[in-house]
Write a protein that binds this ligand. Structure first.
Ligand code: GAR
Length: 204
């Protein structure tokens, strides 16, 4: 295993997945990775406060002050590069990334999505699954590529849709599962245990 990995987490809201990653990394006996930077495109995102309480450096600026996605992403990428980051974790970051950003950090950007991909991409994945009437849904951690919710899958976990579920109760159970698999995937990355070949990720 190489040096302790430096991790940036990008959020747009509550930041509960970011917290689950931080807590897992802090609980390791031998540190394998550290969240050193949390960025948000939403200046009053709840998660920023949570990150500060952990003593993590935060930064936020709005995409609205940039004239294009490319320019905004270049500004974010430059903040990430300044901090010598190994892994970028998207955790409820509700922005599509430009091709340039993805190219810069190829196979070093992870995302969590609240469905079993490739089903139910995009917004409100839990609601889409609930309305479809599936018996099982779940969540996926994947590397990010140029297409939406599409890159190589690292981990997935299923969640059963129960007879008396509402969209809200289902969403809550999926979120609990997210909080298990995202830290697991980050831990595997930090231990150099993920090998990507085309669409396939092996755990070595
Ligand atoms: C999570 O459910 C995450 O899977 C979802 O947003 C929520 C963020 O919660 N992300 C997406 O839908 C991305 N397509 P959090 O801010 O508490 O981590």
């Amino acid at each position: 295993m190489g040096k302790t990995k430096r991790i940036a987490v990008l959020i747009s809201g509550r930041g509960s997945n970011m917290v689950s990653i931080v807590e897992r990394l802090c609980s390791e006996k031998e540190p394998v990775g550290e969240v050193v930077f949390v960025f948000s495109n939403i200046t009053d995102a709840q998660g920023l406060e949570k990150a500060k309480n952990f003593g993590i450096e935060t930064l936020s600026f709005s995409h609205k002050i940039y004239s294009s996605r490319k320019e905004f992403d270049e500004a974010v990428a430059s903040e990430i590069e300044k901090r010598d980051i190994d892994l970028v974790c998207l955790a409820g970051y509700m922005r599509l990334l430009s091709k340039g950003f993805i190219r810069k950090f190829r196979n070093r950007i992870m995302n969590i999505h609240p469905s079993l991909l490739p089903s139910f991409t995009g917004l409100d994945a839990q609601g889409q699954a609930f309305d479809w009437g599936v018996r099982y849904t779940g969540c996926t951690v994947h590397f990010v590529d140029e297409e939406l919710d599409h890159g190589p899958i690292i981990l997935q976990r299923t969640v059963e849709v129960l007879q008396d579920d509402t969209k809200e109760s289902l969403t809550d159970r999926i979120l609990e599962m997210e909080h298990q698999i995202y830290p697991e995937a980050v831990d595997l990355y930090c231990r150099d245990k993920l090998k990507v070949e085309g669409r396939k990720v092996s755990i070595i």
